[in-house]
Write a protein that binds this ligand. Structure first.
Ligand code: UD1
Length: 375
């Protein structure tokens, strides 16, 4: 059973890594790794393959950046050509980026089953490109793997038949648990001259925050105050950096002595930087989950989250972009040890569960003839 496994952007790499490892226990599955090339900078791409020990992709479609339509269309065109030559029996996609939806669409139109890992998450905010990608990908998928209870409820409400849906835990947390000890050896704190719990980690890259100077400016109002309390370490996404270089806010950031902009970090350094922070301020999806497991307070600079278990069980709080709300929450959480519980099945074995289910499902639905001979 030849399965295409698609990755394209940074948050895909931590999800695909444990799956590629788990396939090793199933000889009947031939995994084929396709990189769309959506992310291509060394720091957004190659470093993750090296650190997370992901095999070199069998193919890189080399798509790169573009508007949503251009990027999605180019992935589709190149992925279709590859599908027609390689003829996989299923296509597995992860997460909610443009590569996810583009490849799911191509596969479905060619009549090839789609497997979605991290299905069912919903922010109910259609202004968010990822929400469109999630809804469309789930509609097209034949096998849906869910990370939290909300995903089961969302898919049921949308009419996805129960037998397609499996609650398996979180592959991103598989990666975190596997690499946590190695990340603890990182020298990033020494290099940046930081002390444990004496700084905050910041990430911001969502268009709703960084493409709008008014919104970004309000966030910076809060940062001005926070950085006077403790250093803020901001590994900056290239999209945020290029917005700042073009817009009026670059000067304000430069004037904040304790807001330290650095290049994007590799996985291990970033994990260590996050795990030792007093607090994390972010608009990322995955970091809400990682801080929940690390027990580090997380302030999410968004109005909603598609990962509500991080609010109920984890360390996450939604603070939006209102400076007063951000500051109040920051002052409340810093120095406190949050009460958390590990979300159900976030135990490091999600990828093993997924691959086992794919194997059984493949035997039943893709290769029914082999089921009768006991393969
Ligand atoms: C994408 C995902 C987002 C995810 C994020 C993580 C979509 C719709 N969005 O957003 O869900 O949270 O990845 O990073 O798929 N760029 C570079 N080098 C790179 C990649 C991007 O310089 O290696 C710059 C380019 O200017 C590019 C911009 O970043 O135009 C945006 O890249 P893109 O892949 O379109 O979306 P992200 O904002 O990275």
């Amino acid at each position: 059973m030849k399965i295409f496994n698609v990755c394209g952007a940074r948050p895909n790499f931590m999800k695909i890594a444990p799956l590629m490892r788990a396939y090793a226990n199933h000889d009947e599955i031939q995994p084929f790794l396709v990189h769309t090339g959506q992310h291509y900078d060394e720091r957004m791409n190659k470093w993750f393959f090296d650190e997370l020990e992901i095999p070199t992709p069998d193919v890189n479609l080399g798509v790169g950046s573009g508007s949503h339509a251009v990027q999605t269309a180019q992935i589709m065109t190149r992925f279709e050509e590859l599908m027609l030559v390689q003829k996989p029996e299923a296509v597995l996609v992860v997460g909610d980026v443009n590569s996810t939806v583009a490849c799911a669409l191509v596969a479905t139109k060619l009549g090839t089953p789609v497997i979605h890992v991290e299905a069912g998450l919903r922010s109910f905010d259609r202004a968010m490109p990822e929400e469109i990608n999630r809804v469309v990908t789930d509609t097209l998928s034949d096998l849906l793997f869910v990370t939290e209870q909300s995903g089961l409820e969302n898919l049921r409400r949308e009419g996805v038949p129960d037998e397609r849906v499996h609650f398996v835990g979180n592959v991103m947390i598989d990666t975190l648990l596997r690499f946590k000890a190695k990340a603890a050896e990182s020298l990033v704190l020494e290099t940046l001259k930081l002390t444990r719990k004496g700084y905050t980690t910041v990430t911001l890259h969502r268009p709703s925050n960084v493409d709008d100077d008014v919104v970004f400016g309000r966030i910076l109002d809060a940062f001005e105050e926070i950085q006077s309390d403790m250093p803020m370490i901001f590994p900056m996404h290239p999209r945020t950096r290029s917005n700042l270089s073009r817009g009026p806010l670059g000067g304000r950031i430069e004037a904040m002595r304790n807001l330290r902009i650095i290049e994007p970090l590799g996985y291990l350094d970033f994990l260590h930087l996050t795990s030792q922070a007093a607090c994390v301020l972010t608009d990322s999806g995955g970091i809400q989950e990682e801080t929940t497991i690390l027990g580090v307070p997380c302030l999410t600079l968004r109005e909603n989250t598609e990962r509500p278990v991080t609010l109920t069980d984890g360390t996450n709080q939604l603070v939006g972009s209102d400076p007063e709300k951000i500051l109040t929450a920051f002052r409340q959480v810093v120095g406190q040890k949050p009460l958390t519980q590990r979300p159900e099945l976030w135990d490091g074995s999600a990828a093993d569960r997924i691959v086992k289910i794919i194997h059984e499902w493949g035997v039943r639905s893709i290769r029914p003839e082999s089921a009768s001979v006991g393969v």
